[in-house]
Design a binder for this molecule. Structure first.
Ligand SMILES: [Mg+2]
Length: 197
């Protein structure tokens, strides 16, 4: 046995969020909701954080999550990938270590792992961790306003990227990215600096 665990060199650790970044959570739950309740919600209706229930017939987020969990197959199992995500991750994994970091519930663990396997994501690490900053990475990509704030505060020496959405905001020191191509550009810049150092 050689010492190498992977076929790829690993220059940087990329801490990648799932929902809103790799998997299109809003498109996925809305598709299921419209089908079950004959509703006509659209993903563009989601503009706030932690207030999804206001778009639905559910009274609280707890009720929303109970529905999203379902009986045997949660919404997380059937989310569509975000545009360009799978291709970009495949490309990034040839030079870097893809570290998935998600704050999803315990009940979503098996569906999350099944989804990553089904889509062939080369995730050499998967962390279920609400305090994402505890997982050390060189670059983070997230869309949660709380995670972006915590990552920028706790990991000021690292590159924190905000996937720009209506439910988060610019923050000093955080790099805005609109799509996967832009994120790949940021990774390339950080990699060049690391190689020059
Ligand atoms: Mg997210």
């Amino acid at each position: 046995m050689g010492e190498r665990l992977t076929e790829s060199p690993e220059l940087l650790r990329l801490g990648i969020d799932m929902d809103g970044v790799v998997a299109d959570f809003n498109a996925g739950w809305i598709e299921r909701y419209n089908r079950e309740f004959a509703a006509s919600l659209h993903p563009d209706h989601v503009v706030g954080w932690d207030e999804l229930h206001r778009l639905t017939g559910f009274e609280t987020m707890d009720e929303f999550w109970a529905w999203a969990r379902g009986r045997d197959r949660s919404v997380f199992r059937d989310l569509p990938p975000m545009p360009g995500a799978l291709e970009a991750l495949r490309e990034l994994a040839t030079r870097h270590r893809v570290v998935i970091i998600t704050a999803r519930f315990d009940w979503a663990v098996s569906d999350t792992l099944a989804w990553l396997a089904e889509h062939g994501v080369i995730a050499r690490e998967v962390h279920f961790q609400a305090a994402k900053y505890r997982v050390p990475c060189d670059i983070y990509l997230d869309d949660s306003p709380y995670q972006i704030e915590a990552l920028a505060r706790e990991r000021p020496e690292r590159t924190v990227c905000r996937r720009v959405t209506p439910w988060n905001h610019p923050r000093a020191g955080v790099v805005d990215v609109h799509d996967w191509a832009e994120f790949q550009g940021v990774v390339a810049q950080v990699a060049d600096r690391a190689l020059d150092a």
